[in-house]
Design a protein around this ligand. Sequence first.
Ligand code: IMP
Ligand code: MG
Length: 176
Amino acid sequence: MHHNIKKILYTAEDISARVRELGAMITRDYQGKTPVLVGILNGAVTFMNDLMRAIDLPLCHDLMALSSYGDQTVSSGTATILKDATLDIEGREVLIVEDIVDTGITLQRVLTHLGSRRPATLRVCALLDKPARRRMAIKPDYHGFTIPDVFVVGYGLDYAEAYRELPYIGILKVNG
Ligand code: IMP
Ligand code: MG
């Protein structure tokens, strides 16, 4: 275990088992469709990579980037779009793929933005749900795990761009 990690919450095995379950649910719910997965950079890349291979359907994927955190562990309260999705999503089944929903500010911004392009459906799949600090009345349609109000890293999640490569999800030591 990395020396700056206090505790492992989910091992690589826990994550891959849960990703397979999420993939099976999405496969069932989108039967006969070709969904468009829109991953939110940078954190959701690892998850989306695994998730799309756990879905047994033809699909497309795209990426968006938003700024909100900087190098802090608390949200700044605004989410600015830095990179937009480019696929035409009008009339398509769109599934936003996020690493974690915390305050919900990022997701609310993405939902409003993509919703204006008139997709047939617009849903959210987040690996982690951290409802304790939610400021928007939203919840992911699919989520891997619900976590308490702790700051986690690994499996794509970062602190100041570090720790994304860890294969597990762990709680970062304070001042680590
Ligand atoms: P929200 O806009 O507050 O919901 O924050 C969503 C974004 O904040 C996520 O996409 C993550 O990049 C980041 N974030 C929130 N909580 C954590 C955490 O515990 N660890 C790492 N990143 C986090
Ligand atoms: Mg993120």
